[in-house]
Design a protein around this ligand. Structure first.
Ligand code: ADP
Ligand code: MG
Length: 248
């Protein structure tokens, strides 16, 4: 369903994703695992169409980009939005209502149902700025519920999120798989990956391993990913600025 063909994505000619090829298993959850700076967020943004690759392509078979729900890393989200919880959830209806369109009664009901599913119906009329980070993440998952997308991309969805919320939201990931949706999530927790994500892509700009989680997360593969990242740091001075401030 989603295939990457020799995908290379760069910032100022420095590749963050390098010659990545492979296929995401349709209807399953794939975890993206790898060190900081491995290109995980860049890959998700390229799949959802926010960044254009330098070369290669993301090929969708049977789904369109409108069928994608994307949750960025929390650091990229403005939580001071002057909107209520229910309005943020309802903004997930943009595919059917248009970006600034009216939300109908049926859509309204779906938004409420989604809030009930994530356990936040009592907060419907609260401003989103008043929520804890765990509650905020529940609201964003409710928004994904109303989006009803076939492909769901989550970038570090459980960072700074309490254990109870993480558990509840992981159960939603399980439900999405049962419904045949494809989930791709950047994660850092082995236990979460092993318990909820049958597939894993381990990357360090390039693919280190991609396939069944149990075989991908081997000590050997994890060491290779870490070694590759250590190598970037060893190379860092080449691009650094020296003490006089002049680029080398
Ligand atoms: P990860 O999510 O795995 O930590 P990223 O995809 O965020 O990695 O980043 C991969 C590399 O690309 C890093 O070296 C990072 O500094 C660089 N990078 C990411 N975003 C930008 C950007 N907007 N401009 C320049 N470089 C970027
Ligand atoms: Mg990232």
């Amino acid at each position: 369903m989603i295939t990457l063909h020799n995908l290379t994505v760069s910032y100022q000619r420095h590749p963050a994703v390098h010659h990545v090829s492979g296929r995401f298993a349709p209807g399953l959850a794939t975890a993206i695992f790898g060190p900081n700076g491995a290109g995980k967020s860049t890959l998700l943004k390229t799949i959802m169409g926010a960044i254009r690759p330098d070369s290669g392509e993301v090929r969708f078979d049977g789904i369109s980009r409108k069928d994608i729900a994307y949750l960025p890393q929390q650091s990229e989200i403005d939580r001071s939005l002057p909107v209520s919880v229910i309005d943020l959830v309802s903004s997930g209806h943009w595919r059917s209502s248009g970006l600034f369109g009216q939300v109908g009664r049926k859509q309204d009901q779906l938004s409420w149902d989604a809030l009930v599913t994530v356990g936040l119906e009592d907060f419907a009329l609260h401003p989103v700025s008043a929520l804890s980070s765990g509650q905020f993440q529940r609201v964003l998952f409710a928004r994904i519920l109303v989006q009803d997308a076939r492909l769901i991309l989550l970038d570090e969805p459980f960072n700074a999120v309490d254990a109870r919320t993480t558990f509840d939201l992981l159960e939603l990931v399980r439900r999405w798989q049962e419904e045949g949706r494809t989930v791709i999530a950047v994660l850092h927790d082995y236990e979460q990956v092993r318990a909820y994500f049958p597939q894993t892509l381990l990357m360090a700009r390039e693919v280190v391993a991609w396939g069944a989680t149990s075989s991908v997360l081997s000590d050997d593969n994890l060491r290779r990913a870490a070694d590759t990242a250590a190598h970037w740091q060893a190379n860092a001075p080449v691009c650094a600025v020296d003490v006089t401030g002049a680029a080398k």
